[in-house]
Design a protein around this ligand. Sequence first.
Ligand code: ARG
Length: 460
Amino acid sequence: MWGGRFAQRPSDIMQAINASIDVDKRLWREDIRGSKAHAAMLAAQEIITEADNQKIQAGLDQIAAEIEAGTFIFDVGLEDIHLNIEARLTERVGEAGKRLHTGRSRNDQVATDFKLWIMGACDAAADSVRDLQKVLVKRASDHADWVMPGFTHLQTAQPVTLGHHLLAYVEMLERDMMRISGAGGAAGDGCPLGAAALAGTGFPINRHATASALGFLEPAANSLDAVASRDFALQALSALSISGVHLSRLAEEIVLWTSPQFAFARLSDAWSTGSSIMPQKRNPDAAELIRAKAARISANLAALTAIVQKLPLAYAKDLQDDKALSFEAFDAFDLCVRAMSGMMETIAFNRDALREAASKGYSTATDLADWLVRELAMPFREAHHVTGAVVKRAETLGAATLADLPLAEFQKIEPRITEAARALLTVEQSAASRDSYGGTAPVRVREQAALWAERLADDE
Ligand code: ARG
């Protein structure tokens, strides 16, 4: 394709480092779409004849059918998807095929194809995040009043409801979904096609026509920017990477919760793996691999950032490696979200273990302090001190929870504490009392779960 000025063919290693067809063959649909739009525009502008355009359109459709059928032969000697398709087109339609590349270059071609791919991939990723949200909302409303320990520093802090905990992830995933679809939208802003190699072209092309035929908002206004920039891919990988962080945190919780030490939950058989030596094991491999894959998605973002940041304008071949990193990140993300949906759909929670853990560590101490403030008008700092003494007493006497400590013991520390105060110190009462907006009380959780169910249904 470019051998005109060379006497020798490239060395095998040169070809191996240079060829990208094994990776970028995945862009074949976008490449054919882009070429069809370009050829139609060339004909409309009378840069090629309508007869040539017809041959090109039919030839590209046939190539699409060949690739779909698996009969197309990809040739590493032809470097990349662009040259593979163009060479085959010329084989099929002759002269007309050789006119397709008028007024464009592989530099604007690849940027266009890749943007189209990122747009579609972001849409699909956002949809799968939506599906996971639906699963979590369903599980949250089924467990709106199941009490579990809320942690800070992974130390028992205050009782919360399981529904509330699950809805926390629905909120994170909503922002993820917005970031991912925002990244797809940003890729669709400026169409690179027609920027040509870097400087534009002297042919009277109509870039507005190709931009709109391909679903872009407008043509990219600066040809150097159009061929040199990959921030659309950085933005998409950054959105995936942030969402991967959230998936990894939930995965980490699954790993903890399903360990016999916590015993908060059990993964279904379909989402557990066995050990070849220890017959009792039920391992959370999918959750662990979500943690690993999330790390790799962030690493791919870091790699692409490092590739782009040192490049003088405009195009350089370093940019070719943007695709492997992005395809891998999107593939990993897709697996992670779908595995998470599968696990969360069928994970079984253990109500007793959750409740028992919630009661440990004197988790309702703040409720006593709040009562002292509310009913006795005690300043909070003093209430904190009194409650600390009560906790110490419970510990000395070996009372497992504050609700187990006899009233007389409370009254030795603060005589005005009543039976009514003591009755508030169960984990259920504690969670139910936190009914401020955004709080963990079952009434608030049911409200939020209902809002989410409505919102996610509207979205269909
Ligand atoms: N395969 C190349 C890539 O992915 C296409 C652009 C090549 N342009 C060039 N001038 N060699 O970046």
